[in-house]
Design a protein around this ligand. Structure first.
Ligand SMILES: Cc1ncc(COP(=O)(O)O)c(C=O)c1O
Length: 482
């Protein structure tokens, strides 16, 4: 009989004692120990309950879940907070469907997460895309400018809402306050995908939180940057423009009817930790990050990308807890750096692209984690134990693709398979998504170009996973013929 594979792998992984610079924010549970919850994992199974008496019900909360959500709302200064057990993804889909009717238009940046596209498909909503700012040389998108949002609103006055990603995966932040002012001037709704910003209210040194900046709804992956279990997120509303009843209906359609109590408990725990000691811990974390940056940058050649670079490329600010490490001057690609840190130094980064490797630091990280990261980087800089080769990659222009069909129309169209290399000019029937970060280069219904084809092949050659295509070897692609 086949053994259970997932639990075995998880146990094997947990024995490795890796340093975590990736999500989830609890960093292998270390932070819980500091709060005297050392052995609680032993009780996980007996706590994995369902809606038994006294356990309340996420879909009609009246007791402990309601209380926990209210406490979270108070902490985040929201009118209402909803716990999400299917990640920020389900919150994004629900908020889109709560504010737009089938056939309506919503303005979204083209570099949005794929869950936004899923929301557009499910809600039969037509996207009006805004071109984001891009730092093409590093392959990083830099958010959207307020002027670009205003232009889109002028060109599409019938749009129901604007959805902004804030911050993006790399911690880059648009000028959300200016954007909120513009959107409300046009009497529209501001929806924010704040998946990477659940910790912003812990320090004045961090970018302003979306709600504080004026968002009507913000969805946060608490699990990414605070100590909550993977999949555990929150949706906050602070607005009179939102029909709460309709939002609840949409959330109920997107979330499991058997929500995990462990996830909900971890959300409540994350709120408690953030509220009780979050500011203190964040202060320490920012100190560790500053010390780490000076140490590695002093050595020359290792560059940590920050505010100056972000501003120079159109962004308003950058989250310092996202550490973007650039060693390309030494000929070390981000993907190679990630692999070296993982295999030789037992340090797991969050993501890498050709140019950079990204460390996500949270209040769950300790000083020692930064010492180990600095040690690894300095050794790699000195060429210890590495044989790396740089593969040249074409730069990508990040032009808005030609949308021939909406994502929803495309999903239901008949597909034909052709050679990927010869598919320029055809309409893609599939997504092309480098993962991470999960931002589509092309969505179903958009026109393939030689640039997209060559760039996708180069990413794959450089070890970046491409998802969304049925044939992940990139020999074939499904297209739509009109
Ligand atoms: C920008 C952005 N939005 C939304 C999501 C989806 O969040 P979740 O994994 O909590 O569903 C992600 C996930 O990586 C993301 O990077």
């Amino acid at each position: 009989m086949d053994q259970p594979i997932i639990l075995d792998q998880l146990l094997k992984h947990s024995k490795k004692g890796m340093v975590s610079f990736h999500v989830p924010g609890h960093k292998s549970g270390k932070i819980y120990e500091r709060f005297n919850y050392k052995n609680f994992t032993g009780q996980l199974l007996s706590m994995d309950i369902t809606e038994i008496p006294g356990a309340d019900n996420l879909h009609a909360p009246e007791e402990m879940i309601r209380e926990a959500q209210e406490r979270a709302a108070k902490f985040y200064k929201a009118d209402q907070t909803f716990f999400l057990v299917d990640g920020t993804s389900c919150g994004i889909i629900a908020m889109l469907m709560a504010v737009a009717n089938p056939g309506d238009k919503v303005i979204v940046p083209r570099d949005c997460h794929k869950s936004v596209i899923h929301g557009l498909i499910l809600g039969n909503i037509t996207p009006i895309y805004i071109q984001p700012e891009v730092w093409a040389e590093k392959g990083i998108s830099m958010g959207v400018r307020p002027e670009a949002v205003e232009k889109a609103l002028k060109e599409c006055p019938e749009a129901k809402a604007v959805l902004i990603t804030y911050p993006n995966y790399y911690g880059v932040c648009s000028d959300i306050e200016a954007i909120a002012t513009i959107i409300h001037k046009y009497d529209k709704i501001l929806l924010v995908d704040e998946a990477h910003g659940a910790h912003f209210n812990l320090s004045e040194l961090l970018p302003i939180s979306a709600l504080e900046a004026g968002a009507d709804i913000a969805v946060q992956s608490t699990h990414k940057t605070l100590p909550a279990f993977t999949q555990a997120s929150m949706l906050h509303v602070r607005s009179e423009r939102i029909d709460i009843h309709r939002l609840k209906v949409m959330l109920a359609m997107q979330q499991s009817t058997s929500p995990s109590y462990l996830l909900m408990a971890s959300l409540d725990m994350a709120r408690f930790i953030a509220e009780s000691e979050g500011k203190f811990l964040m202060n320490h974390l920012l100190g560790h990050i500053d010390a780490f940056k000076s140490q590695v940058e002093q050595s020359g050649k290792i560059k940590i990308l920050g505010k100056t670079e972000a501003e120079a490329h159109g962004a308003k600010s950058v989250d310092p807890t996202k550490i973007l490490i650039d060693m390309i001057n030494l000929g070390i690609q981000g993907t190679v750096l990630e692999e070296l840190l993982r295999t030789k130094y037992h340090i797991q980064m969050e993501l890498a692209n050709i140019n950079i490797a990204l460390a996500v630091a949270t209040i769950g990280n300790e000083r020692n984690d930064f010492d180990r990261l600095a040690h690894g980087l300095l050794n790699i800089k000195d060429g210890k134990g590495i044989a790396h080769k740089r593969i040249e990659t074409p730069l990508y222009s990040y032009q808005l693709p030609k949308m021939k069909l909406t994502p929803r129309q495309s999903i239901y169209m008949k597909k034909t398979t052709v050679d990927f290399t010869d598919s320029s000019g055809k309409i893609s029937g599939e997504y092309i998504i480098p993962y991470p970060p999960g931002i589509p280069i092309l969505c179903p219904g958009e026109e393939l170009t030689t640039e997209v084809i060559e760039y996708t092949k180069a990413l794959k050659k450089n070890g970046i996973q491409i998802i969304g295509l049925e044939d992940t070897t990139l020999q074939k692609i499904n297209i739509i013929e009109l």
